[in-house]
Structures are given as structure tokens and as C-alpha cells.
Design a protein around this ligand. Sequence first.
Ligand SMILES: [Zn+2]
Length: 455
Amino acid sequence: MNWRLRSLALPVLLAVFGLGMAQAQPAIQPTADITQPPAAAQPSPHFNADAATEAYLALIPPAANARSDAYFEGGYWLILWGFLYSSVVSLLLLHFQWSARMRDLATRLTRFKGLQTFFYWVQYVVLTTLLTFPLEFYENFVREHKYGLATQTFGPWMGDEMKSLMVGLILGGIAMVGLFAIVRRLPKTWWIWGAIASMAFMTVTIAIGPVYLQPIFNKVTRLNDPKITVPILRMAHANGIPTNDVYQIDASKQTTRMSANVSGFANTMRITLNDNLLRRGSPEEIQAVMGHEMGHYVMNHIPKMLMFLLIVIVVFFSYLFWGLQWALKRWGARWQIQGVSDPAVLPLVMLLAGVFFFVMTPVMNTSTRTQEKEADMFGLNAARQPDGFAQAAIHLAEYRKMRPGRMEEFIFFDHPSGYDRIHSSMVWKGENLELFEKSPAQPPLPAQSAQPATH
Ligand SMILES: [Zn+2]
């Protein structure tokens, strides 16, 4: 099987690779200094949040907006193409009975059911990785380079892809062996136990992520620049986060995107900021972003997201229970699948999962976006850096559309839009003008000037 796949993959790879290298353009930077609040955003008796928002938005050159709109809207289509492409791959595996043949090979290699599942999984992952490689390469290499967001040449990028493949083989392998064991033993109730097991597995993966998975791809270190850590740790302690460490990740190895995140679960939960943010963000901007991340932490967004996912997964598994029965009754014999506990059923599972999560796109995005909005509001209150947060929104506009329509935001956005973020910041600023009146150019640090708003 292997040599045939390799001979198929190579020409495809070279063809797409040749296309990709031609046009890399750097991001378009704002011409004005975004760390200076524009005139309409300066504190004054007639401060108006809408006018201040428009003034901030006007700092972004139209060409930069056009470009990030094109990038972001392309992402909408990629959701559709990704869904169709992977559906076709699943149908190929079923229709030509490749899946059944991989199962037969796994059965010949060992008589242990668990190992058969694992051997099937290895073949499945390798085959589908090769078949979906053209889209993967376009989406995550060619397109990222085209928009000036990628920093890796082909070799290191491919290295990361191979690492992901290995992680997927091992972690996915463990999950598959476990899930198929449940299906074999509990033919009537597997959907509920499968959902619970998937949940437990996901929680463990999130917990080990920052400590064992992230370092496979990037270097994570403790940040020890007091100029940056002191205000962040003060903000953390003031908001009940008992940490003395802030982490830094060398994301510039892969991307020019600025970002930060909260990751982990229970003991491994931590806040990490990436080196692009450290290098390009002003101190006010870094504090604003950290305030947002602390919001995720303090409001327990990861555990809450897991509770939400538990509901989604239970619904998904019950849909799977009925969907598999329905499809296998009609086409099971033709596809040579012996039942739900036969590993050869996997492409059908992936096909049904693809349909489910494609339809669920707005629900999943809205659930994430709601948390992000909460974190935005928490961050404004904690960091008191509305101008810093507006700067962050402008930086993020390098890869996100600033001003989507209402429905567009509802369906596709997993974060509030840039417009929404600057507007919230300016409304917050308008209601707290006394914090900024003494030295408009330099907003004060949190502790000294914390007077309650008058409205
Ligand atoms: Zn967030």
C-alpha cells in the first residue's frame, strides 16, 4: 500500500508546492503610531465613544483592511471546502472498500481486538493525512505565506506536520482503542459511556497540554522581564490569581500573529503570552491583553467550556448511535462493514461527525465568542487600559475582519469583532474619563488612581 500512496503524493506535493512560493507579502502596518490615542479618543468633556471608535478604526490603512477582510472571508469558504473535501475522502474509503481492506490487514496482523483497532487507526491516519494533504498545505502553508502571516520555510513546517501526525497517532490511537472497546462491550449504551469517556480523555489532554504537548512544537519559558511581569503579576494578585509566573512562547517560529492564551486544567492552568505580542505590543497593550486572559482564568472558562462540550458530545454520540444504525442498514454490506464495533466503520463516523460539526459551526462559535466577550469586559475592568485594548484590536486586525455584518459575526466569529472590541473599550473609557484626565497621554497604573466611576 505504502509505495503506491507515496508515488501519488509526491507529484501532488510538488505541484502545489511550486505554486505556493511565488507571492509572499509582508503585512501592511498602520502609518500612524497606534500607541498615541487619536484626537477623538482623548479624554474631553465631549468624549463620544462612537467617534473615538471611528477615529481608532481610521488608523488602519484601507489596503490593510481589504487584505485582512479577504483573508478572513477566505476562511469562511475553507470551512465549506474542508467539510466537502473530508466528506469525499470518507466516501472514497467506504465506497472502494479501502476501509474494509485496512481492517482485514489489521486482523491478519494480530488476534487482539485492541491491537487490531490500533493497527487500523495507523493505516487510517496515514492514508487520510496523505489524501487531505493538498488542502492542508494550501490552507496552512501557501495561504499563510501569501498573507504574510507565516514565518516557516517548507522544511520546518513539514517537521511540525510530522510531529502533529505522531501526536495524532499516539493520542488518537489511545482514544480509538478505548472507544471501540466500549462499543464492543456495551452495544446498547455505548453512546452515553463513549461520550463520558471522550470527555474524560479531552480533559486529560487539556491538562497535559501546556506541560507535555506544547513543548513538542515550541519553547515555553518563564518570562523574567520585571518591566512586563510586575504590572501583570500585580493585576493577577489583585484578581485572586495565586501565581508568580508568566509564561512566554516563541510563536514567532511559526507565525507573525500576536496572541496570548490561558491553557491547561487544574494544576497546569497558566497564562502564556507569545513573543510577537512582547516584541510589538506597548506596555499598555500587553496589560490589556493580560487582563483579558485573566478573565478566562478567573471566570473558569476552561471548565465551563468542558461542561458545555459534554452536552454537545452527548448529543453528538446519540446522533451517531442512530446515524450509524441507519447508514449501516443501507450500505453496511456494500462497504463490507460488520457493525458499529468494526473499526472499518471509522470513515462513516468521520463523515457523520463532519456533517454534525459543520452544522454546529455557529453554535460552537457563539459559545466561544460569548466567553471571549466576558473576558473582554473583565479585562477592561482589571487592566483599565482601554487604549491598550484598542491597540490590541488593531494588531489583531492583521488577520481578522474588523467590521462584519451581524449574521456574519454570529456564524463565523469565535471572538468579538475588532469593531466591537474597540467600541467596548471606548464606552468603558467614556464612563471612566476621570482616570485619564490628569495625564491623557499616559494612563495611570491601576492601584493609585482607582476611583469609582461616577455614573
Ligand atoms: Zn480570549
